[in-house]
Design a protein around this ligand. Sequence first.
Ligand code: AP5
Length: 216
Amino acid sequence: MNILIMGPAGAGKGTMSDLIIKEFDIPHISTGDMLRENVRNQTELGVLAKSYMNAGKLVPDDVINAMVEDRLQQPDCQKGYLLDGFPRTLVQAEAFEKIAEKIGRPVETVLALNVDFDILAERITGRRICPKCGAIYHIKNKPSRTEGICDECGAELIQRKDDTVEQLKVRMDEYENSTKPVIDFYEAKGLVSKIDASQNANATFAQVKEALGKVA
Ligand code: AP5
């Protein structure tokens, strides 16, 4: 299956992706996670991306397109892909059309998660992540068993630098201006399934499964 998952910051793309890959044997490719790994490892790409990410701004298209093109040519993508957070601009969407054609895997469905700002703010400010294995928690909705410690690997949980209400506003502006047109682009192709992601994770995943059932 060739899936895109889209939605504003904190909508639950990462949370839904973890559930999807447990049911469908495809790799979860998150451009945000790839960038954060580069920042942690202080690669050339990470050094460039860091200032954009911490400000809540989008990283330049050419950098992202090259990173995704390289990742999609890895052998595990022969089964398909779940792309999380890409494409986020029309320039990326057009570049992606060519990449998908090159690897012979056109997009089959686009999951568009919708959530209101107040809920996003509550999710973003309460999120904690594991810097080692990437597990996602929330201090109220999904607390770890021991406060501040990852259930999966025992590492100390952290809060992302861009997880503040101020940065969320910038990220929402980027989403409205740059990413909503990408959803329109796929809607014109009849590929979009709209998901009410303001519900709890189980209820949201039930909608996701129904949408994926139509293309599985
Ligand atoms: P990225 O990492 O993609 O961040 P984002 O789009 O802002 O999305 P988030 O990861 O913040 O949220 P999410 O939707 O995955 O929510 P989650 O599941 O964690 O990108 C970060 C930055 O990298 C960008 O700002 C940009 O600078 C750069 N970047 C990345 N891709 C790029 C691209 N293509 N082009 C240019 N720049 C790019 O959930 C959030 C919280 O809510 C968690 O605590 C979770 O437990 C909780 N939660 C989730 N779902 C539910 C639910 N249904 N009910 C209750 N709680 C829930």
